[in-house]
Design a protein around this ligand. Structure first.
Ligand code: SF4
Ligand code: SF4
Length: 238
C-alpha cells in the first residue's frame, strides 16, 4: 500500500479531492501524489480556460496575482538554481517594500518567475505553488497542505532573520493581507515542523506527521472531522 492514497468524497454537497496518509510519509510523498493533479486536464479547475487545462502554461494563471513566500527548501533551491547567494537572491527577486517590513514575498503581479505564462523555475517552485489547485479539496486536505506550506514559509523567515538577511517583522505599514500572513507565520514559527524544515536538505527529510492533527493516528487522518476552518489563505488573488 502507498503511504498516501487519493480519494474523492462529497463534502457540503460538493465532490472534492482528499488524501489519506497511511504510514511514515514525507512531504515528498505528498508532492509525488499531488503533481498529477496539476498535470491532469480532465480534472475540473475553476480558473482554467474551459475549466480544464494543465497548470503549467495555464493562460488564466494564478501566478499573475499570487502572494508567495517560499518555503525554506525551495528558497535554497531557487537561489542555488540562479547561482546567487541568499542576499543577492533576496535583493533581486523579492518585493522590496515587504522586505522592509520583514516579509519575504516574491515580486508579484505577475510573479517575477512567470515568463510567457510559464513558471521559469517550475522544478524548484515553492510548496504553495505546488499545492495550490483551483479544484475543490476536502477540508482536512486543504488544511493539511496549507499548514505544510506555511510552516515552510515560517522556516524561511526564521532562517533569513537568523542570517541577518531581513529585519524581524515590524508592526507598522502592513496591509490587512500582510497581517494575516504575519499572524500565520508567527503561529508556526516555533513549531516542530519549522525545526524540521530548518534541518532538511529536501522534502523527503520532512515527515508529514508534524502537520497531522495532534493525537490522531495518521491512518485515521482522513476521517478526522475536527474544526474545519474552510478556505485558507495562500496562492490566491490578493
Ligand atoms: S491552479 Fe492556477 S495554474 Fe492551475 S488551472 Fe488553476 S489558475 Fe491555472
Ligand atoms: S514561482 Fe512559479 S509557480 Fe510560483 S507563483 Fe511564481 S511563476 Fe507561479
Amino acid at each position: 500500500m502507498n503511504n498516501i492514497e487519493v480519494y474523492n468524497a462529497v463534502e457540503n454537497g460538493t465532490l472534492g479531492i482528499g488524501i489519506r496518509v497511511n504510514g511514515q510519509a514525507t512531504v515528498q510523498d505528498l508532492l509525488d501524489v499531488w503533481q498529477p493533479f496539476c498535470d491532469d486536464q480532465s480534472l475540473y479547475k475553476q480558473y482554467a480556460e474551459g475549466n480544464h487545462a494543465l497548470c503549467k502554461g495555464c493562460q488564466l494563471n494564478c501566478c499573475s496575482t499570487a502572494y508567495v513566500i517560499p518555503d525554506l527548501i525551495s528558497f535554497k533551491k531557487m537561489a542555488s538554481s540562479l547561482e546567487l547567494d541568499y542576499a543577492a537572491f533576496i535583493a533581486g527577486y523579492f518585493h522590496q517594500e515587504k522586505l522592509g517590513l520583514g516579509l519575504l514575498r516574491l515580486q508579484p503581479n505577475p510573479c517575477v518567475f512567470l515568463h510567457n505564462n510559464i513558471c521559469s523555475i517550475y522544478t524548484v517552485r515553492s510548496l504553495i505553488c505546488r499545492f495550490y489547485l483551483c479544484s475543490h479539496l476536502l477540508g482536512d486536505t486543504e488544511e493539511l497542505i496549507y499548514k505544510i506550506a506555511w510552516t515552510g514559509a515560517a522556516a524561511t523567515l526564521v532562517f533569513a532573520e537568523e542570517k541577518g538577511l531581513i529585519p524581524g517583522v515590524v508592526a507598522g505599514g502592513l496591509s490587512s493581507f500582510d497581517r494575516l500572513f504575519v499572524r500565520l507565520l508567527e503561529e508556526y514559527r516555533s513549531s516542530e515542523g519549522v525545526k524540521s524544515f530548518m534541518q532538511a536538505q529536501d522534502y523527503r527529510d520532512v515527515p508529514l506527521h508534524y502537520f497531522l492533527p495532534t493525537g490522531k493516528e495518521v491512518s485515521s487522518y482522513a476521517n478526522y472531522s475536527d474544526q474545519n476552518s474552510g478556505s485558507s489563505p495562500g496562492k490566491q488573488e490578493v
